[in-house]
Design a protein around this ligand. Structure first.
Ligand SMILES: [Zn+2]
Length: 139
């Protein structure tokens, strides 16, 4: 099982972002360092959900924002190691939509926001064959 290290402050920032955008999904980029078995989050970059519809159960990060995130990461000697988003009034497990829109290796952090309050906090990685997500240990 792979693992990802996320400081308490960054977890809180993600939870708070999900509470602020409730009942819509929030989203953002995780910047950090990737080692063999572990990824370390060094910074969290909140973004606006670029979806124009279905914001309650879909999120979109534009290629432009990913490029900007990459530039920002490189300036600080970091890389994009994953993405986060919220699930308003849903469990923190990836949806079919999430499966279709994910890339292997990266961490997908999902926070469930129940009645406007951040609750379950989990991380997932996509298998190389893109068949499913596996849970990731959060340190
Ligand atoms: Zn999702």
């Amino acid at each position: 099982m792979s693992s990802v290290k996320i400081e308490e402050g960054d977890r809180r920032m993600i939870g708070t972002h999900g509470e602020q955008t409730y009942p819509h999904e929030c989203c953002g980029i995780l910047l950090g360092k990737m080692y063999d078995e572990i990824k370390v989050v060094e910074a969290v970059k909140p973004l606006d959900n670029a979806r124009t519809d279905s914001k309650e159960n879909r999120f979109l990060i534009t290629p432009h924002e990913v490029r900007q995130g990459e530039r920002e990461a490189h300036r600080s000697g970091l890389e994009i190691i994953g993405f986060y988003h919220s699930h308003p009034d849903e469990v923190a497990s990836p949806s079919g939509y999430d499966l279709e829109n994910a890339w292997p290796w990266l961490s997908y952090v999902i926070v469930s926001v129940i009645h406007g309050q951040a609750a379950e906090f989990r991380s997932w990685t996509l298998r190389d064959d893109r068949s499913r997500f596996d849970p990731e240990e959060i340190l």
